[in-house]
Design a protein around this ligand. Sequence first.
Ligand code: ASP
Length: 471
Amino acid sequence: MVVWMTIVFIESPMTRPVHAETAQPKRWAIVIHGGAGGDPSKWSDEKRNARLDGLEAALKIGRDLLAGGGSSLDAVEAVIRSLEDNASFNAGRGAVLTQAGNAELDASIMDGRNRACGAIAGVTTIKNPIATARLVMTDTKHVLLVGRGAEAFAASKNVPLVDPKYFLSRRRRTPQQPDPSEHPHLGTVGCAALDSEGNLAAGTSTGGTPKKLPGRVGDSPIVGAGTFADNASCAVSGTGVGEEYIRNAVAYDIAAQMLYAKRSLETAITEIMTERLQPGIGGLIGVSHDGQIVMQHNTPGMSCAAADSNGRFETHLALDNGGRPAVNAAKPIDAAKPINAARSTDADKEEIRRLIGQQADAWNAGDIDRFMDVYWHDEELTFCSAGSITRGWTATLERYKRRYPDKATMGNLSFSDLEFLRLGDDAFQVLGVWQLTRDATPIGGRFTLVLRRFDDTWRIVHDHTSVRDAP
Ligand code: ASP
């Protein structure tokens, strides 16, 4: 809570202790999906491992590029190329087939710096559609090329073309004998990335939905539906029933929620996955402009992977609760109700005192996770200090971790002078004083907390912190 203000304090050039901020490595983040179809718990070990290996190999490519200072666009293209070359995914080589028995591929890519974008659809001979989509973006004044025109353009750029049989070869199948594991085989691939220059990019590549009508185009090459990137908000890629993503302008809607409704990436994606799309439709991945990674699906599983400059590196075939924030489910009890005299104010005050004490103990033990536990685990949590607001539990936690990498930088924190005001059966305002001792000159100030009681415990839902003027 209170220590938040010290961040601002430390950052002021006038007051920054020499030891407090050595140059921080620049932040980058990357997230990948490999489709949200099928139920991974029913897959063979072979199929599970093939997916996980493919995700891991692709993630390493993206991670190494970004960690070496490479651009998000290069990372997105390289990651997707690797997945297109891997027949375990429904993109490039492993694309599903149309009713006519051939593969028709779609892809798009977008540059968050300037909303430049490029896409191709319905192509049958382009080995790596994502690379050609990028060339549409950089080398034409258009956004989307389809079919034969896209192929002629690819040929003019000397990109590798293949015999359409290339897309059949791995599975040795024919239109008459389709691969039985294919239906439903939604294994579209996508990637969203933030590079160390703060630039976002996203891309998506697919063979579409199995047994689609020839000529059908889904959301993957439609910018704003399956792919979107804008440095002001986020980079996202979707997978699932493309028609629904187009109808709901899903990828752009997420960016719009962030821009206009000031929602976090996680809240925006949760809204789409739970309120807007029917269960079983698909999944989404995204990275926000400040490096938050979100992966969610409303299907039994989604192949996905994420890495960032804090050392995160993970691959999944399915996420707990579909990746939605678990504690979101806890709804505050109505604070507007008249105060119930039977509720003991003393007992509630004691409990809140205990939680605040637990926070100081956690801080002084160098345990930021436990410190943050007392906050509302929700993206509506608000943190206000020095005139700016940080929204969301995840953003707050990650910011703390970046700013306070070890126990020494955290110092010793104490809280005192707590004053309680009951606002309702299930809400309290708490005023107090904080002090942080880390070197010879302690710093401190005041704080105001708003706490609400959830089913069985109290959580801080708002924290406003200030620094005492220097004596
Ligand atoms: N969204 C893709 C499409 O409709 C399919 C998928 O993601 O699996 O073409």
